[in-house]
Design a protein around this ligand. Structure first.
Ligand SMILES: Nc1ncnc2c1ncn2[C@@H]1O[C@H](COP(=O)(O)OP(=O)(O)OP(=O)(O)O)[C@@H](O)[C@H]1O
Length: 319
């Protein structure tokens, strides 16, 4: 089936790398005689509105040949997907993605190529949509709901993202393809400032209380923070969420945990608690940072129901 692409371009992804690469992407699209329209994200979160408006004007009938293609990082894909899912549709519009952000965890998590040229081929030569798992959340205090492709995090990872996004070093490090280092630098400073907090996890009939939670990540695939394999066994096909709770370790334990993380042996540590479920309910009665696919949720209380659903994606990783 040949399709047309509604491209949502975030020139700011990868600290401006997307803007540099876009002319070459366009050239490859034209050379392959691909039919497409481009909408540029003009301000933070604009991609949500762009994809929502696109979906609104497309009749909800079978045999539509449009695919929404997010060109940017995980945040751009997150926003495009949330715009597409705001209004229910019987015939959902498939979504695709070219990873040219800083972290590109979704591409890693689904096994897409990380170099944009191969990734673009995986998208334009794809012949059918494939349903894969995405997370859904319903936060009852601020009454916010939506979806995520990678993870919903509370605590350490979210505070790192908030700090890294404010850091001028991130721009410089990204320019030199060292984006992961900006997260590492922020991680150390956040470690000293982030105190443990009370977390209640409800899974089925089980209720666990952690008085000293530090990192709480509900993930859809293995990676967060630009390639850190927090849940090595997770896949986007298992219809499960993988919840990792880490209690605040002392500095030496943190270093030990980081080492175990590198060798994917962290889940057996006593400070780490691991759940696999199709639904989890998390409550945090103190103000903590939250993040969704690397997008800041801000500091807030949490009473959040997290689940898993499926959405059609348009790429073929066998190409
Ligand atoms: N015109 C714009 N001006 C400023 N920021 C923008 C604009 N358009 C989009 N953004 C913001 O850019 C942010 C970063 O985008 P994105 O997450 O795609 O890239 P990244 O952070 O480099 O990659 P990754 O999430 O993979 O690490 C998003 O929060 C988005 O809202």
């Amino acid at each position: 089936m040949s399709v047309q692409f509604y491209i949502i371009l975030n020139e700011h992804a990868g600290s401006g790398h997307a803007k540099e690469v876009w002319p070459a992407i366009k050239q490859q699209l034209d050379a392959a005689a691909v039919s497409y329209e481009v909408a540029v994200s003009e301000y933070p979160n604009h991609a949500v509105l762009l994809s929502e408006q696109f979906a609104k004007q497309l009749p909800d009938t079978p045999h539509q040949d449009w695919v929404v293609l997010a060109v940017g990082g995980d945040g751009t894909l997150h926003q495009a997907l949330n715009g597409l899912t705001r209004l229910p549709r019987h015939y959902r519009i498939p979504v695709a993605y070219i990873p040219i952000g800083s972290g590109n965890d979704f591409a890693r998590g689904v096994g897409m190529a990380l170099d944009w040229k191969t990734a673009l081929n995986q998208v334009i030569q794809c012949t059918h949509a494939t349903d894969i798992d995405i997370g859904s959340y319903d936060e009852t205090i601020k009454q916010e709901r939506g979806v995520f492709t990678n993870n919903l995090g509370i605590g350490f990872d979210a505070a790192i993202i908030a700090q890294a996004n404010q850091s001028k070093a991130k721009v410089w490090l990204n320019k030199h393809h060292l984006g992961s280092l900006s997260y590492l630098a922020s991680a150390l400073s956040v470690y000293y400032n982030q105190t443990g907090f009370t977390l209640t996890v409800h899974v089925g009939n089980q209720r666990d209380i952690y008085p000293n939670a530090f990192l709480v990540t509900t993930t859809n695939h293995p990676y967060f923070g630009g390639g850190v394999g927090i849940a090595p066994g997770a896949t986007v096909h298992d219809h499960k969420l993988h919840l990792v709770v880490i209690e605040k370790p002392n500095f030496f334990k943190l270093m030990w945990l980081a080492l175990r993380l590198v060798f994917k042996r962290h889940l057996t540590s006593k400070a780490v608690h691991y759940y696999q479920a199709s639904n989890v309910h998390l409550t945090v009665p103190s103000i903590e940072y939250g993040q969704l696919d690397g997008e800041e949720m801000g500091g807030r209380f949490f009473d959040v129901y997290v689940g898993v659903t499926q959405y059609p994606f348009w790429f073929d990783i066998t190409i």
